[in-house]
Structure formats: C-alpha cells, structure tokens
Design a protein around this ligand. Structure first.
Ligand SMILES: *[C@@H]1O[C@H](CO)[C@@H](O)[C@H](O)[C@H]1NC(C)=O
Ligand SMILES: *[C@@H]1O[C@H](CO)[C@@H](O)[C@H](O)[C@H]1NC(C)=O
Ligand SMILES: *[C@@H]1O[C@H](CO)[C@@H](O)[C@H](O)[C@H]1NC(C)=O
Ligand SMILES: *[C@@H]1O[C@H](CO)[C@@H](O)[C@H](O)[C@H]1NC(C)=O
Ligand SMILES: *[C@@H]1O[C@H](CO)[C@@H](O)[C@H](O)[C@H]1NC(C)=O
Ligand SMILES: [Ca+2]
Length: 347
C-alpha cells in the first residue's frame, strides 16, 4: 500500500515537471515572435490565449501540489499506524510472556504440593486424608490440585480434587466449577455419577464422590459471579446427598449468604435427574428443558449445571446457569463454584 502511494507520487511529480516545462520554456521556443509581439503590444490577440494557458497550468500545478501534499500526509499516517501496530504487538507479547511465567509458577507450586501430599499420605497411613480440610490441617495451605488417597475400607479409588485453601478460611473441596464455558454439562446419569471435566477448569466432581465426601456433617458454599463482576455467596450449614439407590437426593439446611432469596431450597428433598433419567417432580422433563443434571423439582429456582452463555447471550434463555434469587430466570452467570468442608472444620 505504501509502495503504491510512493509510486503514484513519483508519477505525479514527473507529470508536474513536464507540465511546468511545457508551460514556460517550451512555449518560448515554440513561438518567439508571438512573445515579442505580445510584449510590444499588450492588446495583441495572442496574449489572452497565452495567459489562459498559463492560468490553467497554474491551477493544475496547484492541484497537483495539493495532491502531493495529500499523498505525503497519507504516507505519514501509514507509517504512524505501522509504528502503533508494532508497539501493540510488542505489548501483547510481553503480556503473554508474563501470563506464561505465572502459569508455570503456579504449576510448579501445585506440583510440589502434590508430591508432598503423596509423601505425607504414605508416611502416616494411620491418619487418613479424607478431603481438602484434612490436607489444610496438615498445613497444605496453597489452593490447587491435590490427590486424595484411595479408601481401602470403602473400596474407593484415589481422587483428584481442587482445594480452595483461601476463601473464607480455606479447607474447601471444590465439587463444581463453571468459569471457562467450553465443557458441556448436558450429560447423562453415568457421567454425572463418575464426574467429568477438568479439575482446574469446569467440572462436576461426580455424585458418587460427593456422596463419599458428605458422609460426615458437611457445609456447602456456593459462590456466584455475574457479568458485571459482582460476587455473591450462599452457604448451607448442612449438606448431604443420598446414595445412587436413593437417586442422590439432596438435603440442605440452614442457609445464609447474600445471594438474595435462597434458590436451592426449592430443590431440597429432590432426586437428581439427568437427560436420560427423569426423577423430577414435574410432568415436564426438566433435565431436557434445562439442559443439565440437577435436583430438578418443577423445574428450577436455580440451574447451576445449565448451559454456559457468554456476555451478550447471557440474558436470552431460560436454560442458562441461573440463580433466580439474584438475577432471575433469564440471567446466566459468569462463574460458579460449589465447595464443601466438614462442619467441624477449624480454620
Ligand atoms: C483543480 O481542482 C479543482 C477543484 O478541486 C477542479 O475544479 C479543477 O478542475 C482542477 N483543475 C485541474 C486542471 O485539474
Ligand atoms: C426418589 O428416588 C427414590 C428411589 O431412587 C424413589 O423411591 C422416590 O420416589 C423418588 N422421589 C421422587 C420425588 O421422585
Ligand atoms: C430441607 O428439608 C428438610 C426436611 O426434610 C428441612 O428440615 C430443611 O430445613 C429444609 N431445608 C431448607 C433450606 O429449607
Ligand atoms: C440449623 O441451625 C439451628 C440453629 O443454629 C440448629 O439448631 C439446627 O440443628 C440446624 N439444622 C441442621 C440440619 O443442621
Ligand atoms: C425469559 O426468556 C423467555 C424466552 O426465552 C421469555 O419468554 C421470558 O419472557 C423471559 N423472561 C424474563 C423475565 O425476561
Ligand atoms: Ca418429569
């Protein structure tokens, strides 16, 4: 683009030069007598023709000069834009490098923690680790990914979990997270039973695992964030699931928080439903309507395993990640985390 502009400017300059020559020297050579006559007699007929030509040439020269000026202005603009782009690219590169450095630092920290946790487990097998709260009480106080050991007595395998060791005293085992929005939560019974997703991103820990973790008296904390960046929470001093035979029925009690009207209460004492298992209390098939697995009643006062809608799309549907008590039935939240810890936990 720049090259073409320069080429055009050069062509114009050449044209200009030609025109100037034609307008002055060329004319003198062409008809010297006429010129002399014109000088001698001002009213001679040749003079008007000559001056018209000169005037027209002057106009053309003026036009071309302004064109040239315009061209060089544009060229300057292009150069400035290119410099600006270059600057932006360098800034972006710096930001990516910074993010990468942070990511690998966090990765390292978590890696060390995992190693230490594993060692701690093998060294003191008498003192079992049940959850993030037991890790916290052994001084693992950095949030991240941990491995809970297999429980030989229950016959449960080892379990990867994400521990939130910071929020409200720490010791939380995260059982659900929505924040990236690329993992579908419209899954079947078996997948909700086992769990799915990635422990650092969006996931459901699995109904069997949640059941296993809530056999001791357990607190549930739900953190919600909207697209304006505001954060609210709902906490239940008591939270349990039934086992699979009893359809993972939900039991919650003693709500507190600032997320408006308690929007999980409506789902209390309700069986879990998925798209291939309608256990709700409705003639409708709530799991299919709301596109998630949840303790559907008829159907929802909250739908934390609903469809992830991004900003701009987040107010248009009723199957999103909703919490009616805060933003109503048509507002899909930006981030949700559900986390649990024992009632007797001491920060
Ligand atoms: C010079 O520009 C003016 C207006 O921009 C236009 O009317 C005129 O025809 C141009 N003259 C020549 C010789 O290009
Ligand atoms: C919940 O599931 C259990 C068995 O899994 C069943 O006996 C009970 O009727 C169900 N409750 C409702 C409300 O569907
Ligand atoms: C849930 O139901 C039980 C009774 O089964 C009740 O004791 C409890 O208070 C209810 N929870 C809420 C939050 O209303
Ligand atoms: C709810 O809180 C009250 C008062 O603190 C307590 O008496 C009751 O046992 C709690 N209920 C449950 C199910 O934890
Ligand atoms: C929610 O969206 C549905 C359509 O998707 C619309 O019929 C309903 O009026 C909306 N409700 C509110 C409260 O905006
Ligand atoms: Ca139904």
């Amino acid at each position: 683009m720049l090259k073409r502009a320069l080429l055009r400017a050069a062509t114009l300059a050449a044209t200009l030069l030609l025109l100037l020559l034609e307008g002055t020297g060329a004319q003198v050579v062409r008809d010297p007598r006429k010129r002399m006559a014109a000088a001698a007699a001002p009213k001679a007929p040749g003079k008007g023709q000559c001056c018209d030509e000169v005037r027209s040439l002057k106009v053309q020269v003026a036009n071309l000069t302004s064109l040239l000026e315009e061209m060089s202005r544009r060229q300057e603009n292009v150069v400035r834009q290119m410099m600006e782009l270059d600057h932006q690219t360098r800034q972006q590169e710096a930001r990516v490098t910074e993010a990468e450095a942070k990511y690998s630092e966090i990765n390292n920290r978590v890696g060390i923690m995992q190693l230490q946790a594993a060692q701690a487990v093998t060294q003191t097998s008498a003192d079992a680790i049940y959850d993030c709260a037991s890790l916290y009480s052994r001084n693992y106080k950095i949030s991240g990914e941990y491995k809970l050991p297999a429980d030989e007595f229950l016959g449960t395998p080892e379990l990867e979990v994400f521990c939130d060791m910071e929020s409200n005293g720490g010791g939380w085992t995260v059982i659900q997270r929505r924040k990236v929005g690329l993992t579908s939560f419209d899954r079947d019974w078996k997948q909700y039973k086992k769990g799915f997703g990635t422990i650092r991103g969006d996931f459901w820990l699995g109904n069997d695992n949640i059941f296993r973790l809530t056999r001791q008296p357990t607190v549930l904390r739900i953190e919600l964030e909207d697209w304006e960046g505001e954060i609210r929470y709902a906490e239940y001093q008591h939270f349990t699931l039934s086992n699979e035979l009893n359809s993972y029925k939900l039991f919650i009690a003693n709500y507190s928080g600032n997320a408006g009207q308690d929007s999980l209460r409506y789902h209390n004492n309700t069986n879990f439903s998925t798209k291939n298992k309608d256990n709700d209390k409705c003639v409708d098939d709530c799991a299919k309507l709301r596109k998630g697995g949840y303790w559907y009643n008829c159907c929802t006062d909250s739908n934390l395993n609903g469809v992830y809608y991004r900003y701009g799309e987040h107010t248009k549907n009723t199957d999103g990640i909703t919490w009616y008590g805060w933003h109503g039935p048509n507002y899909s939240l930006k981030r949700v985390e559900m986390k649990i810890r024992p009632q007797n936990f001491q920060p």
